[in-house]
Design a protein around this ligand. Sequence first.
Ligand code: P6P
Length: 345
Amino acid sequence: MEQRMMTLGEYIVKQQAHYPEAKGELTSLLSSIRLAAKVVNREINKAGLVADIQGGVGSTNVQGEDQQKLDLYANEQFKAALEARREVCGIASEEEPDFVSFNPEHTSNSKYVVLMDPLDGSSNIDVNVSVGTIFSIYRRVSPVGTPVTLDDFLQPGRKQVAAGYIVYGSSTMLVYTTGQGVHGFTYDPSIGCFCLSHENMRTPETGTLYSINEGNYIKFPDGVKKYIKYCQERDDATQRPYSARYIGSLVSDFHRNLLKGGIYIYPSTASAPQGKLRLLYECNPIAMLAEQAGGKASDGFGRILDIEPTELHQRVPFFVGSSAMVETAESFMRDYSSHEDPARG
Ligand code: P6P
């Protein structure tokens, strides 16, 4: 008889056994993310068929980016699912200018805050390229039962309790960590469940894929330019030249490199001195997953998870993936690029 697959819900409960003091709050929180992921997945899969959910809404988010209908849909679905379970006292989102406090009458015992990019890479939806949701979970630092504060959200990434993403691709997967390794679940629409498909994911120490938008080459720091040329040189001993793979959707590029080995880079550029990606709800959660899978995540000079945040939507240069590849890229940044970073104190 075919072996029964373990569902995400069953696995979360099994993981809870690692924490004898756990009372099931994080389990309930992760289950709310699972529910919202199913709902968003359904809408994304209809995008090609139901025209009125494609395209932009004519507004821009706090980042100045055109908001897609599905950006706002995903934001509302995850916000509602998180509020309903009453484990979370507030959220921060790429689609919200400021953090959102949930109803204090429902959050008198809530211990957690969640930061998210509800639909990363959404401009790809209309051309049927995979997109993703990224989430990051912290324990609040302000007293339980009091209004949530900005300090609850401006915590360094090393304090994350859990992090993960959903990649809505050729198959939809949810990948997460609570600090006990990285585990991947593939959605089976025939039973409406995320089923364990990749337990204890480990990323290769090195790889042959590099992911960067080379269209920005002339604006890159010299260290990045030198690293790109290093990737393109012929050297059989290190399997170079590497292959360039860039989807333009962080979750998809990271997920492929996590499995196969590789490096993703979104560096600072002349026009974006802190890069494009946001520290709190893109880089920190992806960095936690990378480290939990044996990889590394850096701003080119130091560990992403050690950066002390100063603003909700702050951006940071991002080098993430196989540890040996990130270390080589960092060596080029040290040798060829200058570094001033107020966030490191
Ligand atoms: P560019 C999507 O907008 C995103 O935030 C990431 O998912 C993706 O890797 C990056 O931006 C793509 O940016 O400037 O190369 O189009």
